[in-house]
Write a protein that binds this ligand. Sequence first.
Ligand SMILES: Nc1ncnc2c1ncn2[C@@H]1O[C@H](COP(=O)(O)OP(=O)(O)OP(=O)(O)O)[C@@H](O)[C@H]1O
Length: 380
Amino acid sequence: MIRFEHVTKRYADGTTAVDDLSFEVAEGELVTLVGPSGCGKTTTMKMVNRLIEPTEGRIHVDGQDISEVDPVRLRRRIGYVIQQVGLFPHKTVLDNTATVPHLLGVTRAKARARAAELLHLVGLDPSVHGDRYPDQLSGGQRQRVGVARALAADPPVLLMDEPFGAVDPVVREHLQSEFLRLQSEMRKTVLFVTHDIEEAVRLGDRIAVYGQGRIEQFDAPATVLGAPATPYVADFVGADRGLKRLSVTPIEEGDLEQPPIVHLDDALPRELRSRWAVVLDRDDNLHGWISAERAAGGTGTVRDHARRMEAWLPLGASLKQAFATMLQHDAGWIAVIDREERGRFLGVLTPARLHEALRRSTAADAQDIPRTEVAVESIG
Ligand SMILES: Nc1ncnc2c1ncn2[C@@H]1O[C@H](COP(=O)(O)OP(=O)(O)OP(=O)(O)O)[C@@H](O)[C@H]1O
């Protein structure tokens, strides 16, 4: 969808900002460009909408060589969000958002109706915020308007240059989550510039880690964190990359242990093969747990003695969520359920298994094989 072929940009003063860059962003993919200040991220991005012309090489958008497309027409197909949102100060939020569709010939009434929808989509209430002026909004709200405005013409491609850079970390995380939710529905082709590795890892389907004017590694977040291609990348992603990996490594079925299981209507078991058992209902959905001690001393059915289980997650949740859930509930294990089949119990994740999953996924990335195929011996 966006393809760079041997693109170089040398500025008039001789600075080589981008050096022989080749990479591709697939349709519907979100690629984050991450790297230190001055490494050429913004230059890369601005060449896509022809705010900057390359010195050498070609860029294709949607199969078309953009040097042959009129820049104004090109930009209609490409949404652009920047840190200093660049809203028109004398226009209301609604009119700011409606500007581009209106310019494209949509009637004012229709453009405003669409703008109201988009404001909703980015979490702003048009009846509350629509008639305000940009300086009557918080920084986070202005960023949302910036995103809504970039989406107004429904462009297939979005360029985002540190769009959440100017807000505090809490608002930023919130904006990131909302953007991920939006993107899972819209599936735009997105090039997203950031200097924050956490943001790059969280948002990107793939990450391009920049050195000076060059891409040092272009891979999925888990691979960049688990198997940095060069010492430079390892240094850039940080010594705590194991921790960061937790957030991009999902719980898989192979990570789970199978504990003893009892059902709600069973008679109390005299003995369990461990200190506790998981309690399921008639449909094999998770209900809770029962301790061996309680089972041994009691009478009646499991139902009379079972406790509800609060520490559970759906399969596919991240190892980081698993760890946080264990801490939050002070639990020695968490239950994992099927996310499609209305809570069918799949197994439990223990701290030892979590640790093993993390090491296994690191080894898998280094060997470029699925996690389930990593031999346990090679983890050590
Ligand atoms: N108009 C220009 N003339 C000369 N040099 C420039 C120009 N614009 C950018 N540069 C230089 O090109 C290099 C890459 O700049 P660019 O803005 O692409 O980096 P960046 O990775 O986006 O940095 P930041 O994260 O600080 O925005 C830098 O060394 C910068 O000083």
